[in-house]
Design a protein around this ligand. Structure first.
Ligand code: ATP
Ligand code: MG
Ligand code: MG
Length: 590
């Protein structure tokens, strides 16, 4: 196989592996266990990455980039990637989201088990005891203090860019006094917001994140895993480095928004290593540019709003850029992985064109999606001389290959269907006044019904308003595809069709982008005002009989129309429902 293209992270990892940077990593017991903290068996020089979602929503395509990156690197370098639920915030977390995240990672083709079968699935909340101990250590070492200023006062004294902050009046309290206060916080003696624990670093630092950041806050809230055991919770910036360290993560990869947090990440782990609480070498944080994809939102909060407001039918609405939405729309795991590889990993902010994702889908399905004919805007075609030429009521068996390239050696799979006196054709395949260059049906013109006969258009029937209700044509005998006479008559085009006799009714959902603006939430735009009113169009279609066997999630190429999937939720035998994944060629740019 072709090795994946290199990027700055691969180069860092390869250098670390060559130098044996992580060869000393210890790994025993489970993170947070006494056995683990004491150290144990020496892990070989392998990398450990992690994907750390907060279970407060379904994952989206941006998370897919992070999943492919973290699990992909671990796989490529013989390492391990942990799935870690970042559940340090007691609110907002739900089992439904936890299950959704587990499903999404599995569906994308990744696994958090290592070669020994260890399930590397962790919960940040299981480290609360350790985090509490780490906070006590910082207090004892004079590196943290309890601040009783109001939130307002703390904001005001933090300063700004180019303007140093001001020390808190509580900053010089003794470790003993701070410890007493911190224990009171933990014992529930103080109200939410009454005080916080802050790291004691430098109120004049040019990096505002180093101006004594809060590391523990009071929150009298029940936690889904720890119940009411805690009324203080660690801040994300404090919890995250500790989670990485306890799990012996080697490369902690995050998005660029966290670049300014790295000095605190290093400050904290360095001091905890000095205190013997964690092992050296500590994990290192590396940042890459988050995925921004045109026409979609990549914020769980905003996607949740679309769901809660009823703008879409749910997290798995096929227009949603969630992984469940993409899956229901018909995107394959391979296409999403290929997309993540193609867009690459850099530190540059860029908008990725949605067409790139569709391109990956087409490449994945081109060779493997069975072909089928479907008529999405049906108009009846009547072959007026059928009974005379073919015999009254005759049904002619026709066939076409199911796949464009047959597998070598095997008999090519075929689809079979019947042509009779009447067929469904696309309304746009008939023109009363053909525009210049039009090659399909107009009076006097000849076309081939794909896989069937050449026909010549003779006229049309109309209703009272003059609208065309039927197209009339005559069939030319002995011109059937695949017979010696096939080329005896020239047809100017081949059109798709479905027999009236054996065609199946189907509901087809034609999806378009959800927003009309390529950057619906950039620069504070009101994305709800930018919804595309035509993002879903449902049509009654006729499809060829081979599709009777379609099972939910099966994908097809409907000739000329694009790629379609049998809907995971609504499709059933006897009630056919197909979603358009994407058109055949990029129509997004137009
Ligand atoms: P959101 O703002 O959508 O809630 P988040 O970053 O808060 O996203 P988390 O659950 O914390 O959501 O994300 C888990 C991981 O996914 C993080 O490591 C984060 O960096 C990564 N991630 C989130 N969004 C993107 C994105 N658009 N591109 C790449 N990685 C992302
Ligand atoms: Mg987050
Ligand atoms: Mg978030």
């Amino acid at each position: 196989p072709v090795p994946p293209p290199t990027n700055f992270l691969r180069q860092i990892i390869e250098a670390d592996l060559a130098q044996g940077t992580h060869a000393q990593k210890r790994w025993a017991g489970s993170p947070g266990d006494a056995a683990h903290q004491a150290g144990g068996a020496v892990d070989t020089a392998r990398i450990r990455t992690r994907f750390p979602p907060e279970p407060n929503g379904y994952l989206h395509v941006g998370h897919a980039k992070s999943i492919c990156l973290n699990f992909g690197l671990a796989r490529n370098y013989g390492g391990v990637c942990h799935l870690r639920f970042d559940d340090t915030n007691p609110e907002k977390e739900e089992q439904e989201y936890v299950d959704g995240i587990i499903d999404a990672v599995r569906w994308l083709g990744f696994d958090w088990r290592d070669t020994n079968g260890r399930e590397n699935l962790y919960w940040a909340s299981s480290y609360f005891d350790f985090m509490y101990r780490a906070a006590e250590y910082l207090i004892e070492a004079g590196l943290a203090y309890v601040d009783e200023q109001t939130a307002e006062e703390m904001r005001a004294s933090r300063g700004d860019f180019g303007k140093p902050g001001v020390n808190s009046p509580f900053r010089e309290r003794s470790p003993v006094e701070n410890l007493r206060r911190f224990h009171e916080m933990r014992a529930g003696l103080h109200a939410d917001g009454a005080m916080v624990l802050r790291a004691k670093i430098d109120m004049a630092s040019p990096n505002i994140n180093l101006r004594d950041p809060a590391i523990y806050r009071i929150k009298h809230a029940e936690h889904h895993a720890t119940g009411n055991r805690w009324c203080i919770y660690p801040m994300y910036t404090f919890a995250h480095p500790i989670e990485d360290a306890l799990e012996c993560i080697t490369h902690s990869i995050c998005t660029l928004e966290f670049e300014d947090q790295r000095p605190f990440y290093d400050w904290l782990l360095d001091h905890l290593a000095d205190g013997g609480l964690i092992a050296r070498p500590q994990p290192r944080q590396y940042e890459f540019a988050r995925l921004n994809l045109t026409y979609v939102l990549t914020s769980k909060r905003k996607l949740k709003h679309l769901v809660d407001s009823g703008t879409v039918s749910g997290w798995d609405d096929p227009r949603m850029p969630t992984i469940v939405g993409l899956r229901r729309r018909g995107y394959t795991p391979a296409s999403i992985r290929a997309f993540c590889e193609r867009i690459g990993v850099t530190k540059d902010y860029a908008w990725i064109d949605y067409a790139t994702l569709d391109g990956c889908l087409r490449e994945d399905l081109e060779a493997q999606a069975p072909r089928a004919m479907a008529v999405l805007e049906p108009l009846k075609l009547v072959l007026t001389n059928w009974d005379e030429v073919m015999g009254a009521g005759h049904l002619e068996p026709c066939e076409l290959p199911a796949l464009p390239h047959a597998t070598e050696g095997a008999a090519p799979p075929v689809r079979r269907f019947l042509l009779g006196r009447e067929a469904w054709i696309e309304r746009e395949d008939f023109a009363e006044a053909p525009p210049k260059g039009y090659k399909r049906l107009f009076v006097g013109n000849r076309v081939r019904l794909k896989g069937g006969y050449v026909i010549e258009c003779t006229g049309a029937a109309r209703d009272a308003t003059g609208a065309v209700t039927e197209v009339h044509a005559v069939v030319l005998a002995d011109t059937k595809s695949g017979t010696p006479g096939a080329d005896s008559v020239k047809a100017r085009a081949a059109i798709t069709w479905v027999g009236v006799h054996d065609g199946l009714a189907a509901e087809v959902r034609l999806y378009d982008r959800l927003f009309t603006d390529p950057q619906p939430d950039a620069g504070g735009k009101d994305y709800l005002a930018l919804l595309n009113p035509d993002s879903l169009k449902t049509v009654r279609a006729w499809v060829e009989p081979s599709l009777a066997a379609a099972r939910p999630d099966d994908k097809f190429q409907f000739e000329r129309h694009g790629y379609f999937v049998a809907d995971r939720q609504d499709h059933a035998a006897g009630r056919l429902v197909f979603n358009r994944i994407t058109a055949l060629k990029d129509s997004w740019g137009k």
